[in-house]
Design a protein around this ligand. Structure first.
Ligand SMILES: Nc1nc2c(c(=O)[nH]1)N[C@H]1C(S)=C(S)[C@@H](COP(=O)(O)OP(=O)(O)OC[C@H]3O[C@@H](n4cnc5c(=O)[nH]c(N)nc54)[C@H](O)[C@@H]3O)O[C@H]1N2
Ligand SMILES: Nc1nc2c(c(=O)[nH]1)N[C@H]1C(S)=C(S)[C@@H](COP(=O)(O)OP(=O)(O)OC[C@H]3O[C@@H](n4cnc5c(=O)[nH]c(N)nc54)[C@H](O)[C@@H]3O)O[C@H]1N2
Ligand SMILES: [Mo]
Length: 677
C-alpha cells in the first residue's frame, strides 16, 4: 500500500503495457492509458502476437469494476444476518488479527482440517494463487482443496493419454485442412482463435462444429453436429470404429507410439454410426461423413473444448476425442493433432511456495455444499478468495445453506462484494490486475507476460501475496529472509522460471518455452508419459471410471425431467467476474418446438426447475438450440434472475467419470410458465 500521495503514473498521460490474466485461453497484451493517475482506457497491445491489437468488450469495461459501486474498499465485519451483506468498516490490523486469532482458535478446538481454504484462481496470474496463500495453508495444516471445477476431466484425459503434451497453437490452425471444434465456442470463450479458423477456411479447410447449440462458427461450418449433451463419447467411438474397420487406423503409428489400442478398438466395436446417432440425436449419415473426412484429411486438427467435459461422461468423452489423432495418424505435421490447454508448455514448479503439501483431508470443491453441511469433522472456518462459489459451484441451494450456518466463520477476500461476500463474517478488499504485479500465462496460444500496476489500488485494497504474507507473519510461519511481499515474490518467481524466461521478461521480451511457440506434436514435443508413448488404455483408470473407460452412461434424471440444461460461457462475464455490471435481460434459450409444446412464447416469464432448485427468468425462443436442450448463461449473479437462483441451482453435485469434475451440462430440467404457476 502506498502511504503517501499516489506517485504511480500520476503525470498528465501515461501509457502502460500490461497483460490480462482472466480465465480465457488468449491472455491479451493490454495497453492501458492513464491520466493523472486515473484509468482512461484499455486497448489491445501488441506484445502477444496472437492477440495483436484487440481485446474483448468485457475487459474494455474493466474500469467500471475498478471504481464501481460494488468495489470493496476496506476490510469490514458483518453486522447483519448472513446473506444480508451489511458490514462495519475495520482497519487492516484489526482484520488480520481477527483472521489470525480465528485460525488459531479453530485449529486448537477442532483441528486444522476444520479450516477450508477455498479458491480456484482461474482468472489469476501465477502470483495471485499458490504463493504465500499455499505457504500459509500448508504450514498451518488446513484441509486441502481439489481444484476440480474446471478442466479436471479434460486434464485427466490429457494426462492419461499424453502426460499433458503441449498442443497445437492458434497460429497453426491455418495449416489444417480439416478443423473440428468439439464442445468449444471461441466466439465467446477465446475470440482470437476465430480469425485463424476463418483464414483456414479461406485456404480451403473444412470446418466441423460439434455442439448442441448453433454457435457463430457452427453457422459457418461445413457440418454442424448438434449432439445431445453428454453423447460425445459415443460419437468419438463411432469414428474410432470406422478408422479401425475401414483402413483409417495408422497401424504403423499405433505400433511405434502407442500402447492399448486393442482394448480401445474393442470398446469402440459396438458403436456403429446408427448406435451413436441414436444416443446423440443426430443423423447417422452426418457422423459417417465426419468419420470419412477425418480419415482422409491431413493435417486434421481437433480443438477439444471444455463444454463436453462437464458431464458424467466427460472424462471418457475427452479420452475418446483425444485418442482420435493417435488412431488416425494425424500427428507429425504442422496443423495436425489436437489443441487443448497449452498451460503445460510452461512447466512451472512453483518452488516459491517453499512448503510441502500435508496429508490432510482433501475436499472436492464441486461438493462445497456437502462439505459445509455434512462433513465430519465439520468445516468451521472457510476462507474464500479468487472464487465466487455462491454462484459458480454446483448445487447452489446446498452451498448457500452451508454459507448460512451461524457457527461457520467465513472470510471472503475479493475485489467486489460478490454473492459469496454477502455471507461473509469478514470481507477483505483485493487488488485487481490493474493494481498489482503478476505473471499471465496463456493456455491457448503459448505466451508468458508480466502484469504490472497501472493505477494505485482502490481504497485500501491489497494484493493476495501481501495479505497472505502478513497472515503468515502473524502466525509465525515465515522463515527468516523469506520473500513474502508482492514485489519480492515477483522477483523470486522471475528467478525461478525455467531457462532464461525470467531475464527475458525483465527486458520486456516475450520468452519462448523449450517446445517453441508453435510446437508440432511428435516433432517438437512427445508425450510426457513414462515411455513417451500414447497410453490409449489404462487398466487403473478403467477400474476407477464408474462404467469403465470408453463407456457411455445415461442420465437417469432424464426420465422425469425431459430437457437437458447447459450453461456455457457468455460474452458478458468471465465465469462470474464482471457479473455485477448491468446486463440486458437474461434469458433461458429454448427451441421453438419445446416452447410450443409447453404453450410458451418468446419473452414469457418462466420457471426452470428440477428437484434441486428453480430459476425464474425470461424465455428466449431460438432455433440455435437443438430440441430437448435449453441454455442459461454461466456465471450469472443472483441479481440477474427474478428469484436469485442461477443455473448452478439446477446442477447436480455428482462428479464426472474421471478427474472428479463438475457436471454443469448434465442437469435435467423442465420449464413452465410463471404466469400459470
Ligand atoms: N467470454 C467468456 N470467455 C471465457 C469464459 C467466460 O465465462 N466468458 N470462461 C473461461 C473458462 S473458465 C473456460 S473453462 C473456457 C470455456 O470455454 P469453452 O470450451 O468454449 O466452454 P463452454 O463455454 O463451457 O462450452 C463450449 C460449448 O460447448 C457446448 N456444449 C455444452 N455441452 C456439450 C456437450 O455435452 N457436448 C458438446 N460437444 N458440446 C457441448 C456449449 O453449447 C458451448 O457452445 O472459456 C473461458 N473463456
Ligand atoms: N452454470 C455453470 N457454472 C459454472 C460453469 C459452467 O459451465 N456452468 N463453469 C465453471 C468454470 S469453467 C469455472 S472456471 C468456474 C469459475 O468460477 P470461480 O472460480 O468462482 O471464478 P469467478 O466467478 O471468476 O470468480 C473469481 C473471483 O475472484 C476474484 N478475484 C480476481 N482476482 C483476485 C485477486 O487477485 N485476489 C482476490 N482475493 N480475488 C480475486 C474476482 O473478483 C471474482 O469474484 O465457474 C464454473 N461455474
Ligand atoms: Mo473454466
Amino acid at each position: 500500500m502506498a502511504d503517501g500521495p499516489s506517485r504511480l503514473h500520476s503525470g498528465p498521460v501515461s501509457v502502460v503495457e500490461t497483460a490480462c490474466p482472466m480465465d480465457c485461453p488468449d491472455s491479451c497484451t493490454v495497453t492501458a492509458k492513464v491520466r493523472h493517475g486515473r484509468l482512461v482506457s484499455l486497448e489491445g497491445g501488441h506484445r502477444n502476437p496472437v492477440t495483436d491489437g484487440y481485446i474483448c468488450a468485457k475487459i474494455r469495461r474493466f474500469g467500471e469494476r475498478l471504481t464501481g459501486p460494488d468495489r470493496l474498499l476496506y476490510p469490514a465485519v458483518r453486522k447483519g444476518a448472513k446473506g444480508q451483506g451489511a458490514f462495519r468498516r475495520v482497519s487492516w490490523d484489526e482484520a488480520l488479527d481477527l483472521v489470525a486469532t480465528r485460525l488459531r482458535e479453530t485449529r486448537e478446538q477442532w483441528g486444522g482440517e476444520a479450516i477450508l481454504p477455498f479458491s480456484y484462481g482461474g482468472s489469476n496470474g501465477l502470483l495471485t494463487q499458490d504463493t504465500t496463500d499455499a505457504r500459509l495453508w500448508r504450514r498451518f495444516g488446513t484441509s486441502r482443496l481439489a481444484r476440480t471445477v474446471c478442466a479436471a476431466p479434460t486434464g485427466a484425459a490429457n494426462e492419461a493419454l499424453y502426460g499433458k503434451m503441449p498442443s497445437v497453437s492458434y497460429q497453426d490452425f491455418v495449416e489444417a485442412t480439416l478443423i473440428i471444434l468439439w464442445g468449444v465456442n471461441p466466439s465467446a470463450s477465446g475470440i482470437h482463435l476465430v480469425p485463424y479458423v476463418r483464414e483456414a477456411q479461406r485456404r480451403g479447410a473444412r470446418l466441423v462444429v460439434i455442439d448442441p447449440r448453433r454457435t457463430p462458427l457452427a453457422r459457418l461450418a461445413d457440418l454442424h453436429l448438434a449432439v445431445q449433451p453428454g453423447s460425445d463419447v459415443a460419437v468419438a467411438l463411432a469414428i474410432h470404429r470406422h478408422l479401425f474397420e475401414h483402413g483409417g487406423a495408422d497401424l504403423a503409428f499405433l505400433a511405434r507410439h502407442t500402447t492399448g489400442s486393442e482394448p480401445l478398438r474393442e470398446r469402440a466395436r459396438p458403436w456403429t454410426f446408427e448406435a451413436a446417432a441414436e444416443v446423440a440425436g443426430v443423423k447417422a449419415a452426418a457422423i459417417e461423413a465426419l468419420a470419412e473426412w477425418y480419415a482422409e484429411s491431413s493435417p486434421a486438427l481437433i480443438r477439444c473444448g471444455w463444454g463436453l467435459e462437464r458431464n458424467r461422461n466427460g472424462g471418457n468423452a475427452a479420452m475418446a476425442i483425444l485418442a482420435l489423432p493417435a488412431v488416425g495418424g494425424k500427428f507429425g505435421v504442422r496443423g495436425g493433432g489436437y489443441a487443448m490447454s497449452n498451460s503445460p508448455a510452461w512447466p512451472i514448479e512453483r518452488t516459491w511456495i517453499g512448503a510441502e503439501e500435508p496429508a490432510t483431508r482433501l475436499v472436492n470443491m464441486n461438493q462445497l455444499g456437502r462439505a459445509l453441511t455434512a462433513f465430519d469433522p465439520p468445516v468451521k472456518l472457510l476462507f474464500v478468495y479468487n472464487c465466487n462459489p455462491a454462484v459458480t459451484m454446483p448445487n447452489q441451494h446446498l452451498v448457500l445453506q452451508g454459507l448460512e450456518r451461524e457457527d461457520l466463520f467465513t472470510v471472503v477476500f475479493d475485489q467486489v462484494i460478490t454473492d459469496t461476500a454477502h455471507y461473509a463474517d469478514l470481507v477483505l478488499p483485493a487488488t485487481s490486475f490493474l493494481e498489482h504485479y503478476d505473471l499471465a500465462r496463456a493456455y491457448g496460444p503459448i505466451s508468458l507476460q508480466i502484469i504490472q500496476p497501472v493505477v494505485e489500488p482502490a481504497g485500501e485494497a491489497r494484493s493476495n501475496t501481501d495479505v497472505f504474507g502478513e497472515i503468515c507473519g502473524r502466525l509465525n510461519l515465515l522463515k527468516e529472509d523469506e520473500p513474502a511481499g508482492e514485489l519480492d515474490l515477483m522477483l523470486q518467481a522471475l528467478g525461478d522460471l525455467p531457462g532464461s524466461a525470467g531475464d527475458q521478461l525483465r527486458e520486456n521480451i516475450n520468452p519462448e518455452p523449450d517446445c517453441g511457440f508453435t510446437p508440432v506434436q511428435f516433432v517438437d514435443v512427445l508425450p510426457r508419459t513414462a515411455d513417451q508413448r500414447v497410453q490409449l488404455f489404462s487398466a487403473a483408470l478403467d477400474a476407477v471410471a464408474p462404467a469403465g473407460l470408453y463407456q457411455y452412461q445415461l442420465n437417469p434424471e432424464g426420465e422425469r425431467y425431459p430437457l437437458a440444461l447447459i450453461s456455457p460461457a457468455s460474452d458478458r462475464t468471465i465465469s462470474s467476474t464482471l457479473g455485477e455490471l448491468p446486463r440486458p435481460d437474461v434469458k433461458l434459450l429454448m427451441h421453438p418446438d419445446d416452447a410450443s409444446r409447453r404453450g410458451l412464447e418468446d419473452g414469457d416469464e418462466v420457471r426452470v426447475f428440477n428437484d434441486r432448485g428453480e430459476v425464474r427468468c425470461r424465455l428466449g425462443v431460438s432455433n440455435a438450440l437443438r430440441p430437448g436442450v435449453v441454455s442459461l448463461p454461466k456465471g450469472l449473479w443472483r441479481r440477474s434472475t427474478l428469484n436469485g437462483q442461477t443455473a448452478t441451482a439446477l446442477v447436480p453435485d455428482t462428479l464426472t467419470d474421471l478427474g472428479g469434475g463438475a457436471c454443469f451440462n448434465d442437469a435435467r430440467v423442465d420449464v413452465a410458465s410463471l404466469a400459470r404457476a
